[in-house]
Write a protein that binds this ligand. Structure first.
Ligand code: SAT
Ligand code: MN
Length: 581
């Protein structure tokens, strides 16, 4: 393999010399390789074995306590023209960034093994998929990449065949937050990440490749790389319709992607099929529809709050062959997190004896990594080369007030405004304050690899090419009452909203018009079988005064992206504004 002179071999040689790696290991993705890596990590303490009886082949990783989330302030997009990165990204001049990173990488792998991790994002034989190679000194990253991507020999064969691939270089360095950078060079299709071992900072196939670099690549190639789950909804007639839905990190994408229908729905024959829970690549098909693939092969899900009640499918897949990061453990060494059940943990996420005075036992952003094939609702279309046809695109945020339970955009152009104006309360998935409302267009604020103005322009242009575009909706599961409690039950009951959405897509149900979009008419959201009737008047209220303020805020937000905001988007906002006045 190493004798074949290729761009890949040259790059591996150059990096291994620069980092002074002690060994180079080309990953084949085999079971035997994984077993060797795991044994080695058990020896070094990188992994701890969990209870073999209750959780066979499950491991716990405790990260450095200062390395537990994505670091948006240390994440850069390095384009030759600063304006191309846009106000939505931190920017650094590519030459400056390379000089900085060269300094950090120089000699950083002395005594360490450099792993060459070839991976494919998307079904291995799909023309919609794209490959990458991550060079890393972290065996934990290798083990996660094996679950999260199609990693190993087949991906390497495709890389050699195609010649082009995304080059990712990663080192945990000294895990020093002062020497930590996640750099993207979209014009070079490359990523360099130093100083963190955490998920989105280190598993480069995920946010770095499949969103930041891919969004940039998708723009020039005529497709979209989005922060969306993909779910198939099967009705009692046995027809499956696919929905792609964007929510910011830690807003329930994993739960929605594998929800269990309410009992009354199950009895009628409704089923839910999981294609993906985080990232979606959308390509226009020859029939004028939009087709989606999930570039990933596994889940990197938020553990806290996952329970038999909120997500039984997730629990079912987490009792075997999973890696847990920063969860707590029980006395008999089972993984545990807040919201799982009422047992009292023995050890917290930092390995200390559990003491509530130290805060939650599991880190609020603790995670599980598991193959999608272990999911009981795994879709038989998840490996489809052509992708699945999308009927509806859903944008969701976490908003205590104003945003109704569900709202339909009038058309694609209005839908782009609805997505572009999305706002949500921040969560523990990124370092920083939690619970502050911030604009998060299409849930892509941390992930769009180029200027948002150009991105919206690309969305609009793509929509024009679709003769059968999906309908676009906005949802909000997180409305709160005067006492601060959630009004909508959420979880499995979200299917009630998806049912309305799909009925709208098929023209089976009317909706009532407001200046900000279409709302369900009274009684059109099916509440049969709900123990408690939620306050639908509040959930579906149209608050004219509140929306007037909101459009002012949206207007001010869009201004930040001038002069690159598409005229059509401004026209759309002007239309909403005048309808509101
Ligand atoms: O960024 S991660 O992929 O680690 C998780 C997330 O924030 O969605
Ligand atoms: Mn995500």
């Amino acid at each position: 393999m190493t004798s074949k002179l290729s761009a890949l071999n040259e790059w591996v040689d150059q990096v291994s010399a620069q980092c002074r790696a002690s060994r180079v290991h080309w990953c084949d993705g085999s079971e035997a390789e994984t077993q060797r890596l795991i044994e080695q990590m058990l020896e070094t303490g990188d992994l701890l074995k969990l209870n073999e009886q209750t959780h066979p082949d499950c491991y716990l990783h405790r990260s450095d306590p200062k390395d537990v989330a994505r670091v948006e302030h240390l994440t850069f997009v390095c384009t030759s023209n600063k304006d191309d990165a846009g106000p939505n990204n931190n920017w650094m001049d590519p030459a400056e960034a390379h000089a900085l990173m060269n300094g950090l990488f120089s000699g950083c792998m002395e005594g360490r093994t450099l792993y060459v991790v070839p991976y494919c994002m998307g079904p291995i034989d799909s023309p919609l998929s794209r490959c990458g190679v991550e060079l890393t000194d972290s065996p934990y990253v290798v083990a996660n990449m094996r679950l999260m991507t199609r990693m190993g020999q087949a991906a390497l064969d495709r890389v050699e065949r195609e010649g082009t691939f995304v080059k990712g270089l990663h080192s945990t360095g000294e895990l020093d937050p002062e020497r930590r950078y996640i750099m993207h060079f979209p014009e070079e299709l490359s990523i360099q990440s130093f100083g963190s071992g955490y998920g989105g900072n280190a598993l480069l196939g995920k946010k770095c490749h499949a969103l930041r670099i891919a969004s940039y690549q998708a723009r020039s190639e005529g497709w979209l790389a989005e922060h969306m789950l993909i779910v198939g909804i099967e009705n009692p007639a046995g027809e499956v319709r696919y929905v792609a839905a964007a929510f910011p990190s830690a807003c329930g994408k994993t739960n929605l992607a594998m929800l269990i229908p309410p009992e009354a729905y199950r009895e009628q024959g409704w089923k839910v099929w999981t294609v993906g829970d985080d990232i979606c690549w959308l390509h226009p098909g020859e029939d004028g529809r939009l087709y989606a693939i999930n570039p990933e092969a596994g889940f990197f899900g938020v553990a806290p709050g996952t329970s038999d009640k909120t997500n039984p499918n997730a629990l079912a897949m987490l009792d075997r062959e999973a890696i847990f990061t920063n969860v707590a453990t029980t006395e008999d060494n089972q993984p545990w997190w807040e919201g799982l059940d009422d047992r009292v943990p023995a050890t917290d996420w930092q390995g200390r004896d559990f003491d509530p005075k130290n805060g939650p036992a599991a880190h609020p952003n603790s995670r599980f990594t598991v193959s999608i094939q272990r999911c009981p609702s795994y879709s038989d279309q998840a490996e489809s080369k052509a992708g699945v046809p999308i009927d509806a695109i859903v944008f969701g945020g976490r908003r205590a007030s104003l945003a109704p339970l569900v709202l339909e955009a009038r058309d694609w152009q209005h839908g782009v405004l609805v997505g572009g104006a999305m706002a949500s309360e921040t969560t523990a998935a990124a370092t920083g304050q939690v619970g502050v409302v911030r604009r998060d267009p299409m849930a892509m604020k941390p992930f769009c690899g180029y200027h948002f103005g150009d991105y919206w322009g690309h969305w609009l242009a793509l929509g024009e090419k679709l003769t059968h575009p999906p309908k676009i909706f906005q949802v909000n599961w997180f409305r709160r009452d005067a006492d601060g409690g959630f009004i909508w039950p959420g979880f499995g009951d979200n299917l009630r909203v998806l049912e309305w959405i799909l009925a709208r897509c098929r023209g089976e149900v009317e909706a009532s018009e407001t200046p900000v979009g279409l709302l369900p008419a009274d009684g059109d959201i099916n509440l049969d079988g709900l123990a408690e009737q939620p306050d639908m008047n509040t959930l579906l209220a149209f608050d004219q005064a509140g929306w007037r303020e909101e459009v002012q805020a949206i207007d001010a937000f869009l201004q930040e992206f001038e002069p690159r905001v598409p005229q059509a988007l401004k026209d759309e906002l002007a239309r909403v504004k005048s309808a509101l006045s």
